[in-house]
Design a protein around this ligand. Structure first.
Ligand code: NAP
Length: 364
């Protein structure tokens, strides 16, 4: 028997008020034939996980008594990296020691162990398998535990909607120093797409610009003020003219005036994808840009895109793993908190409170 711990909630609210630790037993000597038992290696706290607990996120797990809670409850968390520790007799796609991530959202990753049907997990190479395959690097726990949201978001936004000509075309993004933004810069570099990143001004701006250009591969980094300055568009036009392409895609996670100025950077028939709203301001596309440049604006939600397309998810995951294994992609580093075996809900509640200072990753 394994005594597992999960961070559960049976009503919606602020995480510190509603999260509780639930202990339950997993009979690992009698694993159903189609199932596996996994132990958690790491799981992060994402903004959407917090919104889910608050009850304000459109995708939510069902509250059930499946884990033996007195009230129907759900386990928090959507992303995580797991190691297979037991395999049911009818399972062929996993063996003990394999690493895996949940196939779909709403798995409930804030827990020490899980017993689940094998199709609920998707296999990733573990370090031994990467080494045996002759790869330069193997996945780290940080990379594996945070692979399903931000890197996939960046990859799919860059590849799924607009055909971009390597060496010629440009993408412009705001929130360029966000975790998603750093993946966008790196993947654009790998694909040969030119990138302009917009960041908010700050005291040590030059250090951030250097980091985004030298470590993450952004071609140009500009401030929100430059982005909003009409005259600055001529500077952008001269960069684009030099490569002979166009600004075909804008990626917006901010909204407000920042997004309006981003849309103005787009060329004829350009597309702006909005995937976040950090300023809580609406997205306004200038009328002339809309009519005369035929610029369109659309939402992007990785959950909705991948929900009915597990093949696209698998292909995208494989691509990200390959780039990590080749050393072409760097993880946007998380703040790692080691679970010491005490009260799991307290660990995640503290991580939620600290998540404004950067992504928190609980490692086990
Ligand atoms: N739609 C999807 O499928 C999807 C998938 C993944 C993520 N997301 C969303 O994408 C966004 C970014 O996620 P993340 O994990 O990458 O975030 P993150 O690493 O926490 O970064 C947040 C970014 O937002 C900027 N920001 C915050 N408040 C701002 C404001 N008022 N005006 C301008 N910029 C502001 C920050 O800039 P400073 O450094 O200047 O504060 C930083 O660049 C979130 O909204 C998240 O929910 C959506």
């Amino acid at each position: 028997m394994i005594t597992a711990q999960a961070v559960a909630y049976s009503k919606y609210g602020e995480p510190k008020d509603v999260l509780f630790t639930h202990k339950y037993e997993i009979d690992d000597d009698n694993v159903p034939s189609d199932s596996i038992v996994v132990k958690t290696l790491g799981s992060p706290v994402n903004p959407s996980d917090i919104n889910q607990v608050q009850g304000v996120y459109p995708s939510r797990p069902e509250l059930t008594k499946e884990l033996g809670t007195s009230e129907p409850a759900a386990v928090g968390g959507n992303e995580g990296l797991f190691e297979v520790i037991k395999v049911g007799s009818g399972v062929s796609q996993f063996k003990v020691g394999d690493w895996c991530v949940p196939t779909s959202v709403n798995f409930g990753t804030w827990r020490t162990h899980a017993l689940c049907a094998s199709e609920k997990m998707t296999k990733l190479n573990n370090p031994t398998q990467s080494k045996n395959a002759g790869k330069k690097h193997s996945l780290t726990v940080d990379q594996g535990a945070t692979i399903s949201v931000n890197p996939l978001t960046a990859l799919l936004m860059l590849t799924h909607y607009v055909k971009l000509q390597p060496g010629k075309d440009w993408v412009v993004q705001n929130g360029a120093n966000s975790a998603v933004g750093k993946f966008v810069s790196q993947i654009a570099k790998i694909l040969g797409i030119n990138l302009i990143g917009v960041v908010r001004d700050r005291d040590n701006l030059q250090a951030l610009v250097d980091e985004l250009q030298q470590e993450y591969g952004a071609d140009k980094v500009i401030t929100e003020e430059q982005n909003e300055l009409r005259d600055f568009s001529n500077e952008v036009k001269s960069w684009v003219k030099e490569t002979g392409g166009d600004v075909k895609l804008a990626l917006n996670c901010v909204g407000g005036k920042n997004a309006t100025a981003l849309a103005r950077k787009l060329g004829q028939d350009g597309l702006m994808l909005t995937y976040g709203g950090m300023s809580f301001q609406p997205v306004i596309i200038p009328t002339a840009v809309h009519i005369f440049k035929n610029v369109t604006s659309s939402g992007f939600w990785v959950t909705a895109l991948l929900k009915n397309d597990p093949e696209l998810k698998k292909r995208s995951l494989d691509q990200i793993v390959e780039w990590y294994e080749n050393g072409q992609l760097k993880v946007a580093k998380s703040n790692e908190v080691k679970f010491d075996g005490s009260d799991l809900a307290k660990v995640y509640t503290d991580a939620v409170a600290n998540s404004k200072q950067g992504k928190q990753l609980i490692v086990y």
